[in-house]
Design a protein around this ligand. Structure first.
Ligand SMILES: Cc1cc2nc3c(=O)[nH]c(=O)nc-3n(C[C@H](O)[C@H](O)[C@H](O)COP(=O)(O)OP(=O)(O)OC[C@H]3O[C@@H](n4cnc5c(N)ncnc54)[C@H](O)[C@@H]3O)c2cc1C
Length: 255
């Protein structure tokens, strides 16, 4: 992270001056404020601070709205900061606390992404359940095929398991459990992988129509794909979980 915040003073008092660039910022250009992590100290997490910044401040520039595979309801842009003056009072907490503030935000953010995935999987499953009862091939509805029934059973099981895992992680966050971040990482990884598979299977059950944008399935699959990437990739979720698991006595704490 290279965006810097330098503390300075003038006749109006103390302020910070931000310089740097952020890529892949969801909602950028459509918000009133920005929450910006910037370096006030040296390399490493302790050099990071968090600021609330007026989104219209002089020196802020927004890049083009990126063309994405899905998630088209909200813009994704680069934001650059050139000598952006931020009042000293806009620092959140103390200097150097930015990384831990970001990490706390990410726990809730990961639950949020997982729950978006569950909602989309539920919608895809509902569409597939209706479709297989309407669509007839070889003289009977495809819902009468046991292979189709088994697929639906697995899809429902995966969606419910994802939701329960997210509720468990949310409960850990609510109770300030020391293992909350590990549970959020497990829940985000599991729910986004399983729910993507559910939507993809729902598309398959629609046959050729699943591939047409007249039906919602292709959009569900495109929208769900990014959940395996953002708010930390699912590989990074595995890094978090395995690091915790390999620590001394971690298994007893994970119960
Ligand atoms: C639509 C969209 C919206 C976004 N919104 C925001 C936003 O609002 N704010 C924000 O800050 N970011 C946002 N992001 C950025 C997103 O969080 C990152 O793209 C994501 O965390 C991955 O980082 P990266 O792109 O640098 O991939 P990289 O880190 O370059 O990863 C490339 C590949 O290498 C793998 N990899 C990397 N390191 C390891 C490792 N240690 N072990 C195993 N595998 C590894 C990754 O899992 C991945 O498969 C957004 C991204 C997208 C696509």
């Amino acid at each position: 992270m290279r965006t810097k915040a330098d503390k300075q003073a003038d006749n109006q008092g103390e302020h910070y001056v931000l310089n740097g660039e952020k890529t892949f910022i969801s909602g950028a250009g459509s918000t009133d404020v920005l929450l910006v992590m910037a370096r006030t100290g040296g390399a490493g997490p302790k050099g990071v601070s968090a600021f609330v910044v007026d989104a219209d401040s002089a020196g802020i520039e927004y890049g083009k709205n990126e063309h994405k595979m899905g998630w088209k309801a909200q813009p994704t842009r680069t934001i650059s900061f050139k000598d952006v003056k931020v009042p000293a009072d806009n620092l959140i907490g103390e200097e150097g606390q930015g990384f831990s503030i970001a990490m706390k935000g990410l726990d809730g953010g990961r639950i949020n992404i997982g729950i978006c995935a569950v909602g989309t999987a539920q919608s895809a499953l509902e569409a597939a359940t209706n479709y297989v009862q309407e669509r007839s091939q070889f003289g009977s509805p495809i819902a009468s095929l046991q292979s189709v029934q088994f697929k639906l059973a697995d899809m429902l099981t995966q969606a419910i398991a994802s939701r329960q895992m997210l509720y468990l992680a949310a409960d850990k966050v609510d109770n300030n459990d020391g293992q909350a971040s590990t549970y959020c990482a497990m829940a985000k990884r599991l729910s986004t992988d399983l729910c993507f598979a559910v939507a993809n299977e729902a598309l398959q059950l629609h046959g050729g129509y699943g591939y047409l944008n007249e039906y919602p399935l292709e959009r569900h699959v495109r929208d769900l794909r990014v959940h395996q990437i953002l708010e930390g990739t699912n590989e990074i979720m595995r890094v978090i979980v395995s690091r915790q698991l390999l620590q001394d006595d971690a298994l007893s704490k994970l119960r």
